[in-house]
Ligand binder design. Sequence first.
Ligand SMILES: Cc1cc2nc3c(=O)[nH]c(=O)nc-3n(C[C@H](O)[C@H](O)[C@H](O)COP(=O)(O)OP(=O)(O)OC[C@H]3O[C@@H](n4cnc5c(N)ncnc54)[C@H](O)[C@@H]3O)c2cc1C
Length: 398
Amino acid sequence: MSNAETDLAPTAVPLTTLSEDEDLFRDTVRQFAQQSIGPLVSQMDEEQHFTNGLISQLFNLGLMGIEIPAEYGGSGGTFFEAILAVEQLSRVDPSVGVLVDVQNTLCVNALLRWGTDEQKKHYLSRLATDTIGAYALSEAASGSDAFALQTRADKRGEHYVLNGQKLWITNAKEAGLFIVFATVDAAAGYKGITAFLVDKNASGFSIGKKENKLGIRASSTCELIFEDCRVPAKHVLGEVGKGYKIAIETLNEGRIGIGAQMLGLASGAWGHAAEYAKERKQFGKPIAEFQAVQFSLAEMATEIEAARLLVYNAARLKDAGLPFLKEAAMAKYYASMVAERVASQAVEIYGGYGFVKDYPVEKYYRDAKIGKIYEGTSNMQLATIAKLVLAEGGHSRT
Ligand SMILES: Cc1cc2nc3c(=O)[nH]c(=O)nc-3n(C[C@H](O)[C@H](O)[C@H](O)COP(=O)(O)OP(=O)(O)OC[C@H]3O[C@@H](n4cnc5c(N)ncnc54)[C@H](O)[C@@H]3O)c2cc1C
């Protein structure tokens, strides 16, 4: 062994090794997901909303404020624990996964980083106990080109007056707090973008059409309408004109959460496919005894493991305060690809039964598609990765 290797060895811990606390946390969330969410999944998908009482259970378990410090009533956990929670919930229902993901990796995260003491006291204590957050950046004409947004915020004395519409906003039906991006000066381009904390009951604010979706159907996705919506100036999050920075930085972290959602989804679909393959008999024996089926399950398991390493590494880098931008984009890009492939293979392993709603895998297949779209499409992830690896040039680890 070279000196360089021996120097590294004492501190190098395998990425998937969990601390005692992380292990306990993961098992608790996994058990809750299987026992309390599992029986509701199909009905929630059909009815397109979360069963009454489920959200309060998530609050009671501390899953809606994982990183919120104990002084505000939160769990005082790590970003990595938020990632573990999203993964475990998404194994059973990726809709519940994204609810918890947006709350923790976007809303709580943005307030922790940019909130004033007063804002933290007021909003973090609510987010930890009974209030769901939503994160409103996208509009009808600005998706990938997010900073071309048109929602305006005009200063009137001690208030801003918001006018415009947001589209595709996750958690909108259930949320009490919305982080809304609007421009205070359209001529200033991205430098006019400002983040506002908007209460559900703010005058001039309403929830518009709820989308009827292909997948993650229990999760609400709605239009937001601002018609002379009055927001106190003290509800600006961070600095006026620095909303673009908040959006970029929270989404950099949020996409590790989507990687975790897709990882959980893939591992849930794999589990069902493996069980089914052991039970289903054709030609007088379980289909799991056919090499073709074994190889398919082996390939899926390998891809899931690779996705897990990418997601965990990005999350651990973030918690360690190290650069993680490239790793986060790779984790989201790769995990969403694996989720789609694994869910598709799971449907095939189930044969005809995979194609009907009486069995669980068709839902994973539908739910997987969103991973390549939200929080930056796969093309946008590739653009980020390309920019970073090309800039690394000859010094790249790639
Ligand atoms: C279910 C759901 C939930 C969502 N939740 C939220 C939310 O909570 N908050 C929020 O703000 N938004 C949310 N979104 C919006 C989501 O982030 C956008 O849909 C996404 O960013 C893509 O934008 P778009 O739909 O306008 O597609 P477009 O940007 O129009 O992209 C269309 C296609 O063109 C490609 N493309 C665009 N530009 C380029 C380029 N420069 N190079 C290469 N290819 C390019 C894209 O990759 C894509 O394939 C959600 C969307 C959905 C469907």
